[in-house]
Design a protein around this ligand. Structure first.
Ligand code: GRG
Length: 306
């Protein structure tokens, strides 16, 4: 479907040659960003400036979720082996479907930014996306209210899609975000070093939003059953992988590349994936990690061991 794909006859496989998947949906992503800027306008000036803070050009973050969702919409328009063919739509209906799928990307990004605003209040963070987090710039109270406002705008957009299954999928994600955050905040020392607990928490905190929104895109495309399940699984695995990489970057990244302090998760008492994998390999590390988390003043010592 793209001139950027080349068939390599030697191996008879389709490989991408310098393909930037993001470029496939770059124009559409700009549309989504513009739409979002219009969707988050609040009536009262203080709330308006708080709500639009992370939707301004240059501080929109990586826009990973909307990009994945637009790519998912694109993929679902291609013929899928062993699946019912995409529904034949005339141009008007195809455009309408695409704008409904874009709406899922917008809703997802609003839920994501709402969770970031609340997260920064809970963590007393000072930077986000390379600039002062909203809680330091406008205070905790406006940050909480701006997050609530974004959730409300997300709900209204969700209702406009008039699809009860999609509404319940994305409404449930908000519960998952809250559950994941609570699990992270309230770990006992046993849970702290358990890989199962980590994966469950990571599903709630990071993967649920991506997996359920991918599934929502499939449902709007008229795909139920196996294709919707595959879209869900794809989003779930991508979300889990995303968090694992995020955890590794907490170890290896610099403040400049991360837009927040490096080792910031660990300094917040959060055991990250590299530590869990290291503990599986070297069980004696467990006691050292536990000690570091019981006595945060010794965390640098723990990190040296790691
Ligand atoms: C109000 C919806 C709501 C939830 C409240 C605070 C909370 C409960 C949940 C926090 C969930 C949270 C912050 C999960 C982390 C997810 C994550 C991997 C964030 C980083 O995402 P990136 O790297 O960020 O995509 P950018 O800035 O690029 O968008």
């Amino acid at each position: 479907h793209s001139s950027r794909y080349h068939i390599h006859h030697q191996s008879s496989s389709v490989v991408e040659d310098e393909l930037d998947p993001f470029s496939l949906v770059a124009d559409e992503l700009s549309l989504v960003s513009n739409k979002l800027r219009a969707m988050v306008v609040a009536e009262v000036p203080k709330l308006a400036s708080a709500a639009e803070y992370f939707f301004k050009m240059g501080v929109e973050g990586k826009r990973f979720r909307p990009t994945v969702l637009l790519l998912m919409s694109t993929a679902l328009n291609l013929p899928i082996p062993n699946a019912s063919p995409p529904i034949e739509l005339d141009d008007t209906l195809a455009t309408d479907l695409r704008s409904r799928q874009q709406c899922i990307a917008e809703i997802t990004e609003m839920i994501h930014v709402a969770s970031l605003l609340h997260d920064d209040v809970l963590d007393d963070a000072d930077t986000r996306r390379g600039i002062g987090s909203l809680n330091v710039v406008m205070g905790n109270k406006l940050s909480v209210l701006a997050g609530d406002f974004l959730l409300s705008r997300a709900c209204v957009a969700l209702a406009s899609l008039k699809n009860t299954e999609v509404v319940s999928l994305l409404a449930k994600v908000v519960e998952h975000l809250v559950t994941g955050e609570t699990m992270q905040m309230t770990t006992t020392s046993d849970q702290r070093c358990s890989m199962d607990y980590y994966m469950q928490k990571t599903y709630y905190k990071t993967a649920s939003l991506i997996s359920n929104s991918c599934k929502a895109i499939a449902i709007l495309a008229g795909q139920t059953g196996e294709v919707a399940m595959l879209a869900f699984d794809y989003g779930k695995n991508l979300g889990l992988a995303f968090q694992l990489i995020d955890d590794v970057l907490d170890f290896t990244g610099t403040s400049a590349s991360l837009g927040k302090g490096s080792l910031s998760d660990i300094r917040h008492g959060i055991v990250t994936a590299p530590m869990l994998f290291a503990m599986e390999e070297f069980p004696q590390l467990r006691a050292i990690v536990e000690e570091g988390f019981e006595n945060p003043q010794n965390i640098d010592l723990t990190l040296e061991y790691l």
